[in-house]
Design a protein around this ligand. Sequence first.
Ligand SMILES: [Zn+2]
Length: 57
Amino acid sequence: MIPVAAGVWLARCECGATERFPEAEQGWAWVLSHPCPDEDTEQVIDLTGSNGCNCQS
Ligand SMILES: [Zn+2]
């Protein structure tokens, strides 16, 4: 869950989909229930490795 502004949280699923919510709990619920299109696609790996960020979040 990434805070992007006051009262705005950016939720990002493992599949790369993102959605903004006013509360972190809503974002977590969305991630947990997100109908990922295909977990086996290589795009998942590309999204996590192409931005040059080493942060764990
Ligand atoms: Zn997903």
